[in-house]
Design a protein. Structure first.
Length: 442
């Protein structure tokens, strides 16, 4: 072993705010930018202005595409899977992955991949000539935003199906900005207009289902013709190999974080109340092992780490691209991670853990696109005892809640095959062809 539209129909690309006016991101504190980072970004954008202007006049190469993801810190998620698919199925197109992490850069170079450091001169030339730029976590983090522009089509393949509100939808609810915040927002808007590289931009957005379109229109202020229902690139491989056979204990994945970190914007210990002896006893009884990934706000305390060292069937692990391994688990447990939407494609048991953090937020409905209780397509548990009992039941009778899983899967996925990358590629070519026709007509 995971905005504000400036016009009703933007002339080139839709613009979203790089940071919600609330000062917090719906995806956790890891996505927040400090004031110093924002100021440094505007300064760099100003210094790069001559190159950005030149980039608009540099001819684009149809056979050069650039990819980035995970805020430039990793090689994972939808952008990675589409990058790999393109390299395999369209060798005539040069696909380059960019990252600003030295370790990731070295590892990918060792594997023989076409990779460049995001802000290097080589990457600068690539971004100025690329006809397509693909991002999963936003153009301001994944790509060389300071020179990206002109005729380059920016494609946002996303981080999955959003459960918590994002973009402009963070304004929903009773919160009203005061005069100081409104003035600061106006100043920020003027800066973003003068230095557009500091705002996340895309020409084409891909989503997994028709049901996701209204949320995308609302959150990003874009238009329907800029949204393609293709499915998620990262689920193709999982669907292809889901029937593989494994030996040994059955595996259960508990993915903490999700909605809990959306509300608290801080780290938490998902295993604080876990008793090692009880966990081992109950997991051994059903011949299972529990795997818990680190990240997304989940940081076990020293006490939890000490207790976990005595567990034989509970394992902490780090995994840069967990979606690459979802089909290796027999049961998925979550307290709100949108990864459960991907797991629905396997039609395997899902357990929903109702964490205290979620109950503590009285206005959680303001933060969510969906009623969380309605989304539950499996047993809803609140204690570790109930959690382990639910695991045993799910392993014994995996067909339970099958109708609920089918209902939710139809909500989140229009496509259940392994052809999402092909659809994304087709959507990009069609979009560029349509835009080329419009430009010629003008």
């Amino acid at each position: 072993m995971t905005a504000t539209g400036v016009t009703e129909r933007p002339p080139h690309r839709h613009v979203t705010t790089a940071q919600p006016p609330t000062g917090r991101s719906a995806h956790g504190s890891s996505l927040r930018r400090t004031t110093l980072e924002v100021c440094r970004g505007y300064l760099a954008a100003f210094l790069y202005t001559p190159l950005r202007v030149v980039s608009h006049f540099v001819p684009k190469k149809p056979d050069l595409w650039v990819f980035g993801g995970c805020r430039g810190e990793d090689y994972a998620d939808n952008a990675r899977h589409f990058f790999q698919w393109m390299a395999l199925h369209h060798p005539g197109v040069r696909c380059v992955w960019v990252t600003h992490d030295a370790d990731v850069l070295a590892k990918l170079q060792e594997r023989g991949l076409d990779v460049a450091s995001t802000f290097s001169w080589e990457s600068t030339k690539i971004h100025m000539r690329a006809s397509v730029a693909v991002t999963s976590h936003g153009s301001t983090r994944d790509l060389h935003r300071f020179v990206l522009g002109g005729g380059t089509t920016v494609v946002q393949v996303g981080r999955g199906t959003p459960l918590a509100r994002t973009g402009r939808d963070l304004h929903a609810g009773p919160i009203h900005a005061g005069p100081v915040r409104r003035f600061a927002s106006w100043c920020r808007g003027m800066l973003d207009h003068l230095l557009p590289s500091e705002t996340d931009r895309f020409d084409l957005l891909t989503v997994a289902s028709t049901h996701a379109i209204p949320n995308a229109l609302s959150a990003y202020g874009t238009t329907r013709d800029r949204i393609a229902v293709t499915g998620l690139a990262r689920t193709d491989l999982m669907v292809q190999r889901q029937l593989r056979v494994r030996l040994g204990p059955r595996r259960v994945l508990y993915m903490p974080g999700g909605l809990a970190t959306s509300f608290t914007h801080s780290s938490f210990d998902a295993l604080a109340n876990l008793e090692p002896s009880v966990a081992d006893k109950k997991l051994e009884a059903c011949d299972a092992e529990l795997f818990v990934p680190l990240g997304d706000g989940h940081v076990p305390s020293s006490d939890s780490l000490r207790r976990l060292s005595m567990c034989e069937r509970v394992h902490l692990f780090e995994c840069g691209d967990l979606h690459h391994h979802l089909d290796g688990f027999d049961v998925f447990a979550t307290d709100g991670s949108n990864t459960f939407c991907d797991y629905l494609l396997l039609d395997r048991p899902i357990i929903f853990f109702r964490r205290e953090e979620l109950d503590a937020v009285a206005d959680r409905e303001r933060w969510l696109y969906y009623d969380w209780d309605w989304l539950c397509c499996g047993p809803l548990v609140r204690t570790w005892d109930d959690f382990f009992d639910a695991i045993a039941s799910a392993l014994e009778t995996p067909e339970d809640h099958e109708a609920d899983r089918t209902r939710t899967r139809r909500l989140f996925h229009d496509h259940v095959d392994a052809e999402n990358c092909r659809r994304i590629h087709t959507a990009i070519l069609e979009f560029r062809g349509d835009r080329a026709s419009e430009s010629a007509a003008e």
